[in-house]
Design a protein around this ligand. Structure first.
Ligand code: BGC
Length: 420
C-alpha cells in the first residue's frame, strides 16, 4: 500500500520549503507525466496542443526518469500535501491503490457521454475503474515484448534476419561481437532489466508459464526448471551487453542502436518513438520483431492518466475535457503515431501507422483470443507496486552480480513474490 499518512509530514515540509503557489487557475490543467525523451516529448506536446485549442491552460509537470519511478515519488508528496495535479500518469494496479485512498475523481459522466464502455477492450476498462466507476483515462497500448535492431549492423555482421528463437539470437549476437560492435544495447535501471527478463521468461516458458510465474506469482512456477532455464538465458543475454550499461537511460541505449554502435535492444515500443523522432525509417533503418520465442504472445502496457479530485469548478471542467480528449480519435491517432504505441480505442483506422504498429494491432487482437495476451510486470500492469518492486530488485541483483547463482536468484525471487 502507499502508506500516505507516513509520508505526509515529510512531504508537507518539502512543499512548504519551495514556496509553491497551490491554487489552480481557472481552466488550468496540471498534468504530471514522465515523457521527457525525444519521442515522448513530441507525443505529449500533441495533448497539450489539443487542450490549448479547447481554451485551457496546460501546466506541464514533467518528472524525468524512464518507467516513472521518480514521477511516482513526486506524486505521493503532492497528494499528501493536499495539492494534487489534475491528472497523473498512473497505470495498472496502482490506479486501484490510489482510488482506495479516496483521492481520485469520478469520471463516469465523461465516460458515459463518450461511450467508453463500448470503445474499450473490457480488460482495459476494468483497470480504469474502481468499484465500477471510471477514475482514469487510457491513452494507448504499448507492447513490451519487442526486439529492435539496426538493419545496417545486422547486414555488416552477416545476420540474415531477426532471430526467432533464443538459440538463433545467441548465434546472431556472436556474429555482432565478432565485428567489434555491441550485440545488446542496455541501460541501468531495474525496470530495464525486468523488461528484458520478462521477454526471456515469455520466450522460454510461453504465456501460460509467464502468467503462472510472474502474474500469479505461483511458488511452484517460480522454483521450476523453466524458471531456472529463463534465468540462465537471461544471464547469457547479459554477456552481450557493454560494461558501461549501469546507470544508462533507456533512450540512450536506443541511440546506440541508431548510431550503429549496437545491434539489438529489448524494449517496449516507446523505443520506436525514439527512432521515429530521429527520422529513422522502420523496415529500412531499424527493424522490429517480437522478442525470440514470443511471436504468439503480447505483453501489454497501457498508459493512462488518473484524475485527482479538484475543488475549483473551472479546473474540474478542464479535467473532464482532458479525459474526453484522451479518448478522442484525434488524440488517439496523433499521439500514438508519435509514441510508438497503438490506439487503445477500438476500431481506429490504422492506415497512417507503420508495419510495426500494424503487427502490434493484429497481435493484440489475436493473442487476446489464444491466451497469449499477458500484462507486463516491468511496466506496472500485473501485480501490486510493492511485490513488483521487490521482484524487480531481486532480478536486478542477479543481473548485476555474477556471484549470485541461478539457484540463489530463484530463491530470492520466490521470497520477493510474497511481498505485500
Ligand atoms: C511507459 C511509457 C514510457 C516508458 C519509458 C513505460 O513504463 O509506459 O509510456 O515511454 O516507460 O519511460
Amino acid at each position: 500500500m502507499l502508506k500516505l499518512s507516513k509520508l505526509a509530514t515529510a512531504a508537507a515540509l518539502a512543499v512548504a520549503g519551495t514556496g509553491l503557489c497551490v491554487s489552480a487557475l481557472a481552466g488550468e490543467v496540471e498534468v504530471l507525466h514522465y515523457w521527457t525523451s525525444g519521442g515522448e516529448a513530441k507525443s505529449v506536446a500533441e495533448l497539450k496542443k489539443i487542450m490549448q485549442a479547447k481554451g485551457h491552460v496546460w501546466k506541464d509537470f514533467a518528472v524525468a526518469g524512464g518507467g516513472g519511478d521518480n514521477a511516482a515519488t513526486v506524486l505521493k508528496s503532492r497528494v499528501v500535501s493536499g495539492n494534487p495535479p489534475a491528472a497523473a500518469q498512473i497505470k495498472g494496479p496502482a490506479i486501484q491503490e490510489w482510488a482506495s485512498e479516496g483521492v481520485l475523481a469520478n469520471l463516469d459522466s465523461v465516460a458515459q457521454a463518450e461511450k467508453w464502455d463500448s470503445l474499450l477492450p473490457k480488460v482495459v476498462a476494468d483497470v480504469m475503474k474502481y468499484k465500477g466507476h471510471y477514475v482514469a483515462a487510457p491513452v494507448n497500448v504499448h507492447r513490451v515484448n519487442w526486439m529492435w535492431a539496426n538493419a545496417a549492423v545486422l547486414k555488416k555482421a552477416g545476420v540474415a534476419g531477426m532471430p526467432k528463437t533464443w538459440d538463433e539470437f545467441f548465434v546472431a549476437a556472436e556474429k555482432v561481437k565478432k565485428i567489434g560492435l555491441i550485440p545488446v544495447a542496455h541501460g541501468g535501471q531495474n525496470w530495464q532489466d525486468f523488461t528484458t527478463f520478462e521477454s526471456v521468461v515469455l520466450g522460454v516458458g510461453g504465456p501460460k508459464f509467464y502468467s503462472d510465474a510472474l502474474v500469479k506469482l505461483d511458488a511452484k512456477a517460480l522454483t521450476s526448471d523453466t524458471m531456472k532455464k529463463s534465468l540462465e538465458t537471461f544471464r547469457k543475454v547479459k554477456t552481450y551487453t557493454d560494461a558501461a550499461a549501469p546507470g544508462r537511460d533507456w533512450n540512450l541505449a536506443t541511440a546506440m542502436v541508431m548510431q550503429e554502435k549496437a545491434a539489438f535492444q529489448f524494449m517496449g515500443d516507446w523505443a520506436k518513438g525514439e527512432f521515429l523522432a530521429a527520422g529513422k525509417v522502420p523496415g529500412k533503418d531499424f527493424l522490429c520483431a517480437a522478442a525470440p520465442g514470443t511471436a504468439n504472445a503480447f505483453t501489454f502496457n497501457v498508459d493512462s492518466f488518473a484524475m485527482f479530485k479538484l475543488k475549483d469548478p473551472a479546473a474540474q471542467k478542464a479535467q473532464g475535457d482532458l479525459a474526453a480528449a484522451i479518448m478522442g480519435t484525434e488524440f488517439q491517432e496523433v499521439f500514438n503515431l508519435n509514441k510508438g504505441s497503438i490506439p487503445v480505442r477500438l476500431n481506429m483506422n490504422m492506415a497512417k501507422f507503420d508495419d510495426c504498429a500494424k503487427l502490434s494491432s493484429k497481435d493484440f487482437v489475436d493473442t487476446a483470443k489464444t491466451g497469449g495476451l499477458v500484462p507486463s510486470v516491468a511496466h506496472g500492469m500485473a501485480i501490486t507496486p510493492a511485490a513488483e518492486g521487490a521482484i524487480k530488485d531481486a532480478v536486478s541483483q542477479f543481473w548485476n552480480d555474477d556471484t549470485i547463482s541461478v539457484a540463489e536468484a530463484q530463491k530470492r525471487i520466490a521470497v520477493a513474490a510474497k511481498t505485500k
